[in-house]
Write a protein that binds this ligand. Structure first.
Ligand SMILES: NC(=O)C1=CN([C@@H]2O[C@H](COP(=O)(O)OP(=O)(O)OC[C@H]3O[C@@H](n4cnc5c(N)ncnc54)[C@H](O)[C@@H]3O)[C@@H](O)[C@H]2O)[C@@H](O)CC1
Ligand SMILES: Nc1ncnc2c1ncn2[C@@H]1O[C@H](COP(=O)(O)OP(=O)(O)O)[C@@H](O)[C@H]1O
Ligand SMILES: [K+]
Length: 498
């Protein structure tokens, strides 16, 4: 299985992993002991001993809390433990570890929870609900989470902050803990990476607790955190025998007015290793396109027919349309010609708007590999308002158009039509600037031109663009990104060779 270390598990899949581990002879109580120990170690690493309130729920998340409380108390920390529900109602491994806790078990009522937070605790461990949360927080759990958030008390959440869905990254009701840190086990969940979950988790730590990686084979999950192991071996590097045509020829369609967008894409594509980059443009704009980028080939395309004629050269291995293209009928005809050519095609921005409200038309015209890169606004324009979380919407839309879809943002989702998906968690918010998406489209299109399959090209492109913008800080503009791409590529090349 590809990149198993980056796989994300839904809460249901994590439950299966847990059961599969037990079936393979790893006792559940040991998994819980390791989970609680990891939580305690996280606390010890981050804070000096201080008054620590452990909030335990009625399920196994609470069981982890009992273990963490025991470890910290044994190390001399002042610990109070408040339990939601009846101690006698605890089952299985949670009951086992509760029995090993020698301190007091105080009932968690609304008043007791609030008072402990307001008058006593320096720090809280949230072991109320994890994967088993099935509805909005209410009663004492809601009251204590509300008090924690109001006081902004430092907190470590076990598995997920209570109130959050580990699958969607959204709170199940109005309330969710805003944790300082979250410790999760075996593999991350989509809700740890999707917004707002990623921010509600605070710093995320992943702990290995003894679940054997082999259980992943029977579960066969298909969602990953986007990272190089998923696609690094597909990247192409030059060697002494290399010829520019080995690295593909990308053709970008340039519009008449917004010429900066396609220029940004072209510069990024050249920096990302495409052997040749050509830009087809109407006469009025050709001079502008040629400025400041001598390695770009500018070709005449005054009509959709002239553009289509350029596609007869079979060496053009990928097509990019959208940035600055315009949305007039001629633009739509150009996009149709590209789709009909069967060439690997990336559609962004205006090229997607040409199919507003009619994704079925796009799907019907597609003859070859396709990547589309909408932001939320373009997504809504193309597909209409859709329900579901970001991951669900991206996967459904990708299946519908038969192409790979990148739903952009801080938590970009890359979804393939076969159900594979990657969630990106390595993009700085400074990318929220005009033209950053044009750079992304150039990066992905360059990888398509070099022969990467659409899902890998899109996932790699999203990661590479994010990394190139990392650590720049305030003031980043899209023009800064292309020239920072080579450094990212050098690192990837070195890692691949290692
Ligand atoms: N590999 C694993 O899966 C492991 C899981 N462990 C822990 O086990 C947790 C999952 O345990 P559970 O499945 O028991 O689930 P939880 O402990 O998250 O919660 C389940 C319980 O809460 C109740 N409940 C759900 N929503 C409620 C609400 N809004 N108000 C009141 N009660 C509510 C349910 O009826 C059930 O009794 C994980 O999050 C993790 O912390 C660890 O013990 C280690 C191993
Ligand atoms: N808050 C954010 N954090 C991280 N990345 C972001 C954020 N907002 C936007 N981006 C990224 O910046 C790029 C913006 O693309 P887009 O909205 O198409 O802009 P434009 O059309 O101006 O180029 C995308 O790669 C997107 O994922
Ligand atoms: K929790």
């Amino acid at each position: 299985m590809k990149a198993p270390e980056n796989l994300l598990l839904t809460t249901k899949e994590m439950g299966r992993a847990d059961r599969a581990a037990v079936e393979r002879g790893v006792p559940g109580a040991e998994l819980m002991a390791a989970a609680g120990l990891a939580v305690a170690r996280c606390v010890e690493r981050r804070w000096a001993p201080c008054r620590t309130l452990v909030l335990c729920g009625p399920g196994n998340n609470g069981g982890d809390g009992f273990v963490a409380a025991r470890v910290l108390a044994a190390a001399g920390w002042p610990v109070r433990l408040l339990l939601l529900g009846d101690r006698d109602a605890l089952r299985g491994d949670a009951a086992h570890h509760a029995a090993l806790w020698e301190g007091a078990v105080e009932p968690l009522s609304e008043a007791a929870g609030r008072a402990a937070v307001e008058d006593w605790a320096d720090l809280a461990i949230d072991a109320l609900f994890g994967a088993g949360l099935s509805r909005a927080l209410e009663g004492p759990a809601a009251a204590v989470v509300e008090a924690l958030n109001r006081k902004a008390l430092p907190s470590v959440a076990v598995d997920v902050p209570s109130g959050l869905s580990g699958d969607s990254g959204r709170p199940l009701g109005a309330l969710c803990l805003r944790a300082t840190a979250t410790v999760t086990f075996f593999r991350k969940k989509p809700g740890h990476l999707l917004l707002p979950g990623r921010q509600l988790c605070g710093d995320l730590e992943l702990a290995q607790i003894g679940v054997p990686a082999a259980v992943l084979e029977e579960i066969a999950p298909s969602v990953w955190e986007n990272a190089p192991p998923l696609w690094r071996d597909r990247l192409r590097w030059r060697d002494p025998a290399s010829h520019k045509y080995d690295f593909g020829h990308l053709l970008i369609a340039g519009g008449r007015v917004m010429t900066g967008a396609a220029r940004l894409a072209a510069r990024a594509a050249l920096r990302c290793g495409a052997g040749l980059v050509s830009l087809a443009a109407p006469e009025a704009a050709r001079g502008t396109y040629q400025q400041r980028l001598d390695s770009l080939i500018v070709l005449p395309a005054d009509t959709p027919e002239a553009y289509a004629a350029l596609l007869e050269d079979r060496r053009k291995s990928a097509l990019l349309l959208g940035p600055g293209l315009g949305t007039d009928p001629a633009a739509r005809l150009q996009v149709e010609a590209a789709l009909a050519s069967g060439r690997a095609t990336l559609l962004d921005a205006d090229a997607l708007t040409c199919f507003a409200g009619a994704p079925q038309d796009l799907a019907a015209r597609r003859k070859g590999p396709l990547v589309v890169t909408p932001h939320e606004g373009e997504f809504a324009r193309l597909f209409g308002e859709r329900g579901g979380d970001k991951l669900q919407r991206a996967r459904a839309a990708a299946a519908e158009i038969g192409g790979t879809l990148v739903l952009k943002g801080y938590d970009s989702v890359v979804a393939a039509p076969d159900g594979r998906a990657a969630i990106n968690a390595a993009a700085p918010p400074e990318l929220a600037t005009a033209g950053a998406g044009d750079v992304l489209s150039g990066v992905i299109a360059a990888l398509l031109a070099q022969g990467l399959p659409p899902f890998e090209a899109a996932a790699a492109g999203v990661w590479i663009q994010g990394r190139a913008a990392q650590d720049f800080g305030p003031g980043l503009i899209a023009d800064d990104i292309p020239d920072r791409l080579p450094a990212v590529l050098s690192i990837l090349q070195a890692e691949g060779a290692a």
